[in-house]
Design a binder for this molecule. Sequence first.
Ligand code: ADP
Length: 270
Amino acid sequence: GGQGRLSVVVRPYGDGLRLVLSQDITERDRAEAMRRDFVANVSHEIRTPLTVLHGFIETMNNLPLTEVERKRVLDLMNQQTERMQVLVSDLLTLATIEGSPHPTANTWMVVADLFSRLENDARGLSKGRHPLRFVLDEGSADVELAGVESEWLSAMGNLVSNAVRYTPEGSAIDVRWRLLPEGGAEFAVMDQGIGIDAEHLPRLTERFYRVDGSRSRETGGTGLGLSIVKHVIQRHGGDLRVTSEKGKGSTFTLVVPAARVRVRAAERTV
Ligand code: ADP
């Protein structure tokens, strides 16, 4: 296949009929093309650090290095290894959550606890470079969230780490959880960082899609973060929303459905 097939369909339209001409690329062709792209992308992402590692090994083999130089080369090799480890770990996460349409484990977790873990991780990442404001709205102190804890942490954590990575030093990042009046809740990460041009927004959650490849890689990005976020929120029945303006900043919001949010059982008044 690959090429698809041109077809003409007649459909009722108002009082009459309408001819619809369509290029029918079958679902199978599309899946096949996506799989090919994916394998090519993964291969490329792994080949780059491997090539660098190979070069360093050659260097160590062929050149007499001072102790300081040796240490420097080993540090760089370590960085490349870590890069591959993060990539493989993101790939495994994706494979796990793509494999099954719905979360298997379904437990309740305390949102305030998730929040303090996220805040700790964010402080580690930012290393004091950004004012970080984590705010749980009033009434959320005893709220619980249902689903797979590791998945929620990964989705929320990816959004927070992106905000840190794409925001220059000194500019604030706000992370907020609030219950929605219509039910459910919202987890929002707001930054005043580099922002994203509108043309890129529809493609952000594609695997390996990056607006600026070198900035992503320099800050340890794999290009898989937002596709993980999208899968996690969809599996939990919610939505990912993005608003952004180039040069002004971005807001990424997870909209959590009512069925996944409750007030902690022990605190419930009857
Ligand atoms: P990466 O590992 O490259 O950050 P993601 O899937 O998490 O991969 O994000 C995809 C791309 O979206 C990033 O490469 C970056 O260009 C853009 N992006 C994500 N979050 C932000 C943000 N908060 N501000 C600006 N750009 C962002």
